[in-house]
Design a protein around this ligand. Structure first.
Ligand code: AHM
Ligand code: MG
Length: 349
């Protein structure tokens, strides 16, 4: 008989790795898992919106139809608000952090940063989208959390994860002791351990970048792309190019198969596109925990200062040797991009 381990069982079993844990983080992860199942159900029905009613209209149950990203945001915030373990939520969908000020959450220990539905350009076309989350421990004493609690570096994360809503739904997370993946079994409605101790290969043969922006890339990135395209069977080149446009799905594939994902600075997005707090930091934590590497081309993502909760960053992450090679190209051909990083650091920005 095959023994299935559910996410809930796994979280409880792992609690003993943290001798002083009282179960709060376990409950927080469980709350996120429940919200993810609800979001998955709606994502699966997304194509039916045209049958059941357009967005903005009222469906057959008398409920108004919401855009999926708004729906996902509300689900996660509501799960975190009623769960009692989270005092601040930082969300891509909300300009300001949300302080949860109810009886059970006011002195909760954790801060959650979340991108409730990442890959929004894929929502309407039946292509995988995802959720990304990052968890920090509250630093402030006193009865209420403070805004500084939300401004922590990626190295301070106590847990991070993503959910990919793909051909199956999967939840992948780390608490700093490796990475484990759970696939939703719709017949029992549970995430079940399917990918224990995930490790990203040191070398990979897939590069993921929006090459349509090539003309606007720094020279180091252009050189790296050309390097990937050289014919050299001894190093498995040319590599394959795969770009879904949903960071969660692109990275999930690269963790399993080996590969690099790059979203660099461009002329149009001089600071990069992706957000440090709820996109880059959690993905960097997961990739490092799986044995990979994550930088902005010069600096480790997890060590970057957080100056704004919606700040952007360039990102290069995935198989270690691929990222190292891309960094080499950035140093050699785009040192000016690195100098911007240095100057900002020296100025304490
Ligand atoms: P979003 O949070 O608005 O969905 O944007 C993030 C997404 C990532 O998932 C993806 O890697 C990237 O944006 C795609 O951007 P582009 O269309 O510029 O390639
Ligand atoms: Mg996003």
């Amino acid at each position: 008989m095959t023994v299935v381990q559910t996410l809930g069982q796994f979280i409880i079993e792992k609690q003993k790795d943290f001798p002083y844990a009282k179960g709060e983080l376990s409950r927080l992860l469980r709350d996120i898992g429940i919200a993810a199942k609800i979001v998955n159900r709606e994502v699966n029905k997304a194509g039916l919106v045209d049958i059941l009613g357009e967005i903005g209209s009222v469906n057959t149950h008398g409920e108004s139809q919401k855009k999926l990203d708004v729906f996902a945001n509300e689900q996660f915030i509501s799960a975190l608000t009623s769960g009692g373990e989270c005092c601040i939520v930082v969300s891509e969908e909300n300009d300001d952090p949300i302080f949860i000020d109810n009886e059970i959450s006011r002195d909760a220990k954790y801060i959650v940063a979340i991108d409730p539905l990442d890959g929004s350009s894929n929502i309407d076309v039946n292509v995988a989208v995802g959720t990304i989350f990052s968890i920090y421990r509250r630093k402030s004493g006193g009865s209420c959390a403070t805004i500084e609690d939300a401004f922590q570096k990626g190295t301070e994360q106590v847990a991070a994860g993503y959910v990919v809503y793909g051909s199956s739904a999967m939840l992948v997370y780390t608490t700093g002791k490796g990475v484990n993946g759970f696939t939703l079994d719709p017949s029992i409605g549970e995430f079940c351990l399917s990918h224990p101790e995930m490790r990203i290969p040191k070398d990979g043969y897939i590069y993921s970048i929006n090459e349509g922006n090539y003309i606007n890339f720094p020279d180091g990135v252009k050189k790296y792309i050309k390097y990937c395209q050289v014919n050299d069977p001894s190093t498995h080149r040319p590599y394959s190019s795969r770009y879904i446009g949903s960071m969660v799905a692109d990275l999930h594939r690269n963790i399993i198969k080996g590969g690099i994902f790059i979203y660099p600075t461009t002329a149009a997005a001089p600071k990069g596109k992706l957000r440090l707090v709820y996109e880059c930091n959690p993905m960097a934590f997961i990739i490092e925990q799986a044995g990979g590497r994550a930088t902005d081309g010069f600096e480790r993502i997890l060590e970057k200062d957080v100056n704004s909760l919606h700040q952007r960053s360039a990102i290069f992450l995935g198989s270690e040797n691929m990222v190292v090679k891309a960094e080499e190209m950035m140093r050699d051909y785009s040192p000016e991009v690195g100098k911007v990083v240095d100057i900002k650091k020296a100025a304490g920005a």
